[in-house]
Design a protein around this ligand. Sequence first.
Ligand code: GDP
Ligand code: MG
Length: 206
Amino acid sequence: MASSRRRTLLKVIVLGDSGVGKTSLMNQYVNKKFRQQYKATIGADFVTKEVLIEDRLVTLQIWDTAGQERFQSLGVAFYRGADCCMLVYDVNAKRSFNALNTWHDEFLTQASPSDPKHFPFILLGNKIDIDAGNRRAIPEKKAKEWCVSKGNIPYFETSAKDDYNVDSAFLCIAKLALEHEHDQDIYFKTVAQPAPDTEHTSGCAC
Ligand code: GDP
Ligand code: MG
């Protein structure tokens, strides 16, 4: 019981090429606002939002880049302690899709999570509102194939402009991060305390 309430802060990293809509998605999610123009740089490193997930109050600390993604030099503080990673591309811009491998690798290298194979990622194909989809460069199927190749990461098509699927995507990544944290807790408990009171290790199959 105590351990499930111990930590409710989740650090969410939003990554992807410049211009795909990362800041807009965050702003839509946290402030319910969309603007056509954003400054390339913003003041804060992160914004927070509280969500209720299965009776548990979770604070999402969402980290946005301040335009440095153009130089791929985000620094260790950005990645340190990340609980999950939201990758974003623009469905109308092929280059932003092709860059996903680099962002995925970059995250794993910089954040070096203890369990990279099961680390919670999510992919967002943003700007699906543009030209009613007529300018789309990446079919949904192709994006889903990429997700499967990376270990079945969830995929959402979004519009920060129309507020389409934005809440669902953030909720999904938050849930994944919580599950992952729980799995890791069980793992560490098992490693650190070889003989725990088995009656209290509910949900563990071992
Ligand atoms: P970032 O560099 O990834 O943070 O991208 P921004 O959030 O700054 O967005 C870049 C541009 O795309 C801005 O002009 C936004 O208004 C626009 N934009 C972002 N998301 C959407 C969307 O879902 N639909 C449309 N039509 N434009 C968007
Ligand atoms: Mg931005």
